[in-house]
Design a protein around this ligand. Structure first.
Ligand code: IYR
Length: 230
C-alpha cells in the first residue's frame, strides 16, 4: 500500500516465465537442494568486510517476497558501524544473561545444550553487518494515517527466508539471532513502537576456525516432512 489513492485491480501479462523441460526442472531442483545444503548457520565470523552493495541487493531480493495484500510489512536496518554494533551486543548480552541465568525454562535450556549457545555474543561485534528485521503491524501513510497489515509474521518469515537464501547465494554466511526479549532493538535502531523486532541476522564470512554444532546438520528425512496424496 504505497498510496492513499484507491488502487484498482489491473491485470498485466505475466512478466516472466520459465521455459524448462521436466528434465531441466528435475536437475534444477536437485541443484538448488545441494546449494541449500551448503548453507550453514555460522556463529564464528572473520573480520573480512562485506561491501554495502551486496547487503542492499540481498535486501531487495528479500523485498520481492509475497506478503499479505502485498503490503510488504517489513523493515530492515543494516548496521556496519562498530559502535552501533557494540551497543547492540551489550544490550543483547544483558537480555541473554537473564535468559540463561533463570529466565529460560529447564526444558528450553536442555534443548539448547547441543546447539552450544550461551550469553556471550561476540558475533554482534565481529560480523561486518547486522541486519535487524522488524515486522510492521501497521503501515503508515506520509501524513501519519495508519493502515492495517495482514499475515504479518508469515510475510516477514518468508522475506527473511528469501534474505537468508540471497545472502548464501552471494557467498555470505549468516546467523539468525533472537535475543529474548528484543524490544531494546526499537530504541537502538530508531524504529517506532508499532514495529516488532523479529530477529538480528549477523552476516559475514566465517572465521578460519569456524565450527558448527553437529546436530545442526541432522535434517529430518523426506518421509517425515512430506506426506503425498497422489
Ligand atoms: N536467544 C538465545 C537462546 C536461543 C534460543 C533458541 I530457540 C535458539 O535456537 C538459539 C538460541 C541465544 O541467542 O543464545
Amino acid at each position: 500500500m504505497f498510496t492513499q489513492d484507491r488502487l484498482e485491480y489491473q491485470p498485466i501479462p505475466l512478466p516472466h516465465r520459465h521455459h524448462m523441460s521436466d528434465e531441466e526442472m528435475v536437475t534444477a531442483a536437485h541443484d538448488f537442494y545441494s546449494f541449500m545444503q551448503r548453507r550453514h548457520t555460522v556463529r564464528d565470523y572473520s573480520s573480512r568486510e562485506v561491501p554495502r552493495e551486496i547487503i542492499e541487493r540481498c535486501i531487495l531480493a528479500a523485498g520481492t517476497a509475497p506478503s499479505g495484500a502485498n503490503h510488504q510489512p517489513w523493515h530492515f536496518v543494516a548496521i556496519s558501524n562498530p559502535e552501533h554494533k557494540h551497543r547492540i551486543r551489550l544490550a543483547a548480552e544483558e537480555e541473554e544473561k537473564g535468559f540463561y541465568e533463570g529466565g529460560a525454562s529447564e526444558e528450553w535450556l536442555r534443548a539448547l545444550e547441543p546447539v552450544g549457545t550461551n550469553q556471550e555474543k561476540p558475533h554482534l561485534d565481529i560480523a561486518p553487518w547486522l541486519i535487524v528485521i522488524f515486522a510492521q503491524r501497521y503501515g503508515q501513510f506520509a501524513d501519519g494515517q495508519k493502515f492495517k497489515n495482514y499475515y504479518v509474521p508469515e510475510s516477514v518469515g518468508i522475506a527473511t527466508g528469501f534474505l537468508i537464501a540471497a545472502l548464501h547465494h552471494a557467498g555470505l554466511a549468516s546467523l539468525t539471532h533472537t535475543p529474548n526479549p528484543m524490544k531494546f532493538l526499537n530504541g537502538l535502531c530508531d524504529r517506532p513502537d508499532s514495529e516488532k523486532p523479529v530477529m538480528i541476522l549477523a552476516v559475514g564470512h566465517p572465521s578460519e576456525d569456524a565450527t558448527v554444532p553437529s546436530v545442526a546438520k541432522i535434517k529430518k528425512p523426506l518421509d517425515e516432512i512430506l506426506s503425498v496424496r497422489e
